[in-house]
Design a binder for this molecule. Structure first.
Ligand code: FPP
Length: 236
């Protein structure tokens, strides 16, 4: 959800205005994703690097997460949306951690759409965490180093229950992955738009999806093939 700060600054407003507007955009995109039958939507809300922002902005964001969750959780649940938080949540304030835990528990059986919110998430940190877990299992004899393959590795990721993303949308014209889902994005299609997140809307979302639909996904092969059929031909 890139470009919130710049959107505020461009209007001579504090960066926080961009974050507030960003929440409204997120709500609209979630509603449309559900309507379109998208099953998993993952948003990058706070990276491991975001702690290095001025303390006022970090505090603003933490308060915003708290306020938005309190205000929206009933509606999210009513819409049968499951909320899941991805990342190392340990450094967050106790009240926010409590809210996160309650929101996840309340919505765990919801089936329409899963909204993954990446908070204090970093792709490299996730990979290091997975390596540590496998190394511990190897030390206790639960697995041997030879057992380690992509499947075992994936089972240690926060996203273990989800398929890899089909489409990555990057707003604000940045052309980097920026430590987002490094493993999971290996074969994802990337759509970059100059539009800043607070100006992103339903039309822009549909444009991204239409662009995605025109792609020929080859997964390293020579013809368009779905990841699922690729996996089944590899593993069975
Ligand atoms: C990136 O823009 C955006 C963020 C760091 C925060 C996004 C968070 C929200 C929209 C709130 C979502 C709330 C919940 C509960 C999920 P930026 O600040 O990096 O903007 P810039 O690139 O212009 O500096």
């Amino acid at each position: 959800m890139d470009g919130n700060g710049r959107w505020g600054t461009k209007r001579g407003l504090p960066r926080s205005h961009g974050h507030n507007k960003g929440v409204i955009v997120l709500k609209n995109i979630i509603k449309l994703a559900k309507k379109l039958g998208i099953k998993v939507l993952t948003v990058y809300a706070f990276s491991t690097e975001n702690w290095s922002r001025p303390v006022e902005e970090v505090n603003f964001l933490l308060t915003l997460f708290d306020k938005v969750l309190q205000k929206e959780i009933a509606e999210i649940n009513k819409e049968s949306i499951r909320l899941k938080f991805i990342g190392d949540l340990s450094p967050f304030p106790e009240n926010l951690k409590q809210l996160i835990c309650e929101s996840e528990e309340m919505t765990i059986n919801n089936k329409e759409l899963t909204l993954n919110v990446c908070m204090n998430y970093g792709g490299r940190q996730e990979l290091v965490k997975a390596a540590k877990e496998l190394s511990k299992k190897s030390l206790t004899g639960e697995i041997t180093p030879e057992d380690i393959d992509e499947k075992l590795f994936e089972a240690e990721l926060y996203t273990k229950e989800f398929s890899d993303p089909e489409l990555l949308i990057r707003t604000s014209g940045e052309k980097r992955i920026s430590n987002f889902l490094l493993w999971q994005l290996a074969y994802s299609e990337i759509y970059i738009t100059e539009v800043l997140w607070p100006e992103f809307n339903e039309t822009e979302f549909i444009k991204a999806i239409i662009d995605y639909q025109s792609r020929n996904r080859r997964f390293g092969g020579i013809e368009s093939i779905s990841k699922e059929s690729l996996n089944s031909s590899l593993y069975h």
